[in-house]
Write a protein of this length. Structure first.
Length: 511
C-alpha cells in the first residue's frame, strides 16, 4: 500500500541576481560568518553572513511566495528579462532562446555517466581530503537502523561535477516519488519549459456535433471549461445553431487508464480529459476521493455549461472523435510545462507526473501509455548522458514498485539541472520543496535545524521505502546535489528523520 505524501503550496524566490547565472550564484552562497565576501567560480566565491541571516532570508522568501507562472522562479525571470535576448515571459514556438550563462559561469560538469557510475575508471571523485571528510560525516548517519536493510547515497558538487561521496552509487533501488525528478527532466528536455497542453472543442462541418477533445491537461478546471463553452456557443450561434450533439475524445492517451496500484486516493485514472485531477473534494493536493470516470465527468460539466450559454445538448455526452473536416471553435491552454513541473515536484503530484510522462511519449513518437512513457523518459535521459544502468521507469509518479533508479542517477539529474548549459531544466530545481517551508518538506524540518531554508529536496515514501534527493548549500558555498535511498524501512517517520539528518549534515558542514 502506498504511503501518502501530502503537499502544500509552493514558494517563489524574489531575490534579485543581476549579473551572473542565478544558480551559479546560489551555488556560492554560504552563511558561516558575519562578513559578506564575493568570489566567482574562477576562485571567487560568495560567502554570506550567518545561519540566522540565512533563516531570515528563507522566511522572507516564503512570505513573498507567489503562484507558479513560467517555470523559473521570479528572481530568475527578472534576471532573464534584463538580458538583451529576452523580453520577459514568452510562450510558443517563436519564443526567443533562453539566456546564455554568464561569462563567469562556464559549463564545467563532466559527463555524469562517468562521474556517478561506480564502475567508471575515470570517475571524477573529489580529492581524498574532501572525500574523507564526507565519509566521516555521512558514514555514521547512513548506519542508522531506521534506514532499513539497504541504503545508498551520492553527493555531487554541481559546480565541478565532482562526486564528493558515494555509497552504492550504482545500485538500482525503488525510488518512490523521487522518480518524479527523472520524469520532470525528461519532459522539459523533450518539450521545453514553455510548452502548454491544449484542450479544444471541434465542431462538425454542419455545426450539429461538437467534440470536447482532451489534450492531457490534468489541471483543467471548471473555469476553463466555462471559457470553452462560451467560445463554443459564440461560434455556434454565429452559424444559427442552438442544439447540438456532444461527444468527448480521450484518444490522445492509450493503454489502461488505471495505474497498476488500482483505485487509490493518490491518483485518478490516467485520462487525456479530466478536471481538477479527478478530485471530488475540491482539494488541490494530497490524497483525495477520485472520480472513477474523470473524462465523463468533465464532459457532463461541459454540457451543463453549454446549456447555460443557450446551446442545448440533445442527449448525454458520449465517447467519440471529431467528425471528418471538423473545425476548431474553442481552445484552452494549460499553464506552461515549467509550472506543471514545479507543482508536480513541490506537492508530489502523481496525476501531473503521469501526464508529464505521457506528454514526453507523445513528443517523441511513443504511444501515450505506461510503456510508451517508460521508453520516452529513458531515451530523453540517455541524450543527457546520464547513468541509466539498471534504471526502469515503470511509471512517471513513483507509485509503481517496479520503478528502479540509482542514487547516482538522481544526484546526476539534479546536477544536470544546475548546469548553465541546460537552463530548460531549471524548473526541476526551483520546484523542489524548501525544508521547513513548502510542499512535502513543510513539516519535516524545524526552525532550529541547520538545514531549514537551505535544503530543497524531493521526498519519496512507499511502505518499506524512503528516499530524499535534492540540493543544499554547504558551509563552503557549494551547491551540492544529493540522493539518499533506503529500502526495508519499518518506520516512515524514523526513516524520514534519518534522511533529514543526512541532508542537514551537508548544510552544517564547515559552518
Amino acid at each position: 500500500m502506498c504511503a501518502r505524501e501530502r503537499g502544500w503550496s509552493t514558494v517563489d524566490e524574489p531575490v534579485k541576481r543581476p549579473s551572473v547565472d542565478p544558480l551559479r550564484k546560489l551555488s556560492r552562497l554560504t552563511l558561516p560568518g558575519s562578513v559578506i565576501r564575493l568570489k566567482g567560480l574562477n576562485d571567487r566565491q560568495f560567502t554570506a553572513v550567518s545561519a540566522g541571516l540565512g533563516l531570515a532570508l528563507a522566511a522572507g522568501v516564503v512570505l513573498a511566495a507567489g503562484p507558479w507562472d513560467s517555470g523559473q522562479r521570479k528572481a530568475e525571470q527578472d534576471w532573464a528579462a534584463a538580458r538583451s535576448r529576452t523580453g520577459g515571459v514568452h510562450h510558443g514556438a517563436d519564443a526567443p532562446p533562453g539566456p546564455k550563462p554568464a561569462p563567469s559561469a562556464p559549463a564545467v560538469l563532466a559527463p555524469l555517466s562517468s562521474v556517478v557510475d561506480n564502475a567508471a575508471p575515470d570517475a571524477r571523485d573529489a580529492p581524498d581530503g574532501a572525500a574523507a571528510a564526507l565519509r566521516a560525516t555521512l558514514g555514521p548517519l547512513l548506519k542508522a537502523p531506521a534506514l532499513g536493510a539497504v541504503r545508498t547515497a551520492v553527493v555531487i558538487d554541481t559546480a565541478t561535477g565532482e562526486r564528493l561521496y558515494g555509497q552504492g552509487a550504482g545500485t538500482p533501488m525503488t525510488p518512490a516519488s523521487t522518480i518524479k525528478i527523472a520524469t520532470a527532466v525528461a519532459a522539459l528536455s523533450a518539450l521545453g519549459p514553455d510548452y502548454r497542453i491544449a484542450t479544444t472543442v471541434q465542431a462538425s462541418p454542419d455545426s450539429r456535433t461538437v467534440t470536447l477533445v482532451g489534450g492531457g491537461d490534468p489541471t483543467l478546471d471548471k473555469a476553463a471549461l466555462r471559457a470553452l463553452a462560451t467560445d463554443t456557443a459564440r461560434a455556434l450561434k454565429g452559424k444559427g445553431v442552438k442544439t447540438v450533439r456532444l461527444t468527448y475524445d480521450t484518444s490522445r492517451y492509450s493503454g489502461p487508464a488505471r495505474h497498476p496500484i488500482g483505485p487509490n486516493e493518490n491518483i485518478a485514472p490516467v485520462s487525456a480529459l479530466m478536471t481538477d485531477e479527478g478530485r471530488l473534494d475540491k482539494s488541490t493536493s494530497g490524497p483525495a476521493p477520485r472520480s472513477a470516470d474523470p473524462a465523463g465527468d468533465a464532459a457532463r460539466t461541459f454540457a451543463e455549461l453549454l446549456d447555460g450559454t443557450g446551446i442545448t445538448t440533445r442527449s448525454a455526452p458520449a465517447h467519440g472523435r471529431p467528425a471528418a473536416k471538423s473545425r476548431p471553435v474553442a481552445r484552452h491552454l494549460s499553464v506552461p510545462l515549467s509550472a506543471l513541473v514545479e507543482r508536480a515536484l513541490t506537492n508530489s503530484d502523481n496525476d501531473i507526473a503521469e501526464a508529464l510522462a505521457r506528454q514526453t511519449a507523445l513528443a517523441t513518437g511513443e504511444p501515450a501509455d505506461f510503456n510508451g512513457g517508460r521508453r520516452a523518459v529513458t531515451a530523453q535521459l540517455k541524450k543527457l548522458h546520464l547513468p541509466l544502468k539498471g534504471a526502469d521507469f515503470a511509471d512517471g509518479s513513483g507509485l509503481n514498485r517496479k520503478d528502479r533508479v540509482t542514487a547516482g542517477l538522481l544526484a546526476g539529474l539534479l546536477a544536470r539541472a544546475a548546469d548553465p548549459d541546460h537552463p530548460e531544466l531549471r524548473p526541476v530545481l526551483t520546484g523542489l520543496p524548501v525544508a521547513g517551508f513548502s510542499g512535502t518538506l513543510s513539516g519535516r524540518y524545524t526552525e532550529k535545524s541547520a538545514g531549514t531554508g537551505l535544503i530543497r529536496a524531493k521526498t519519496g515514501t512507499l511502505t518499506g521505502v524512503n528516499s530524499l534527493a535534492g540540493t543544499v548549500v554547504d558551509g563552503q558555498g557549494r551547491l551540492l546535489a544529493f540522493a539518499f535511498l533506503a529500502s526495508g524501512t519499518t518506520s516512515p517517520s524514523a526513516a524520514q528523520s534519518s534522511l533529514d539528518a543526512l541532508a542537514t549534515s551537508l548544510a552544517a558542514r564547515n559552518r
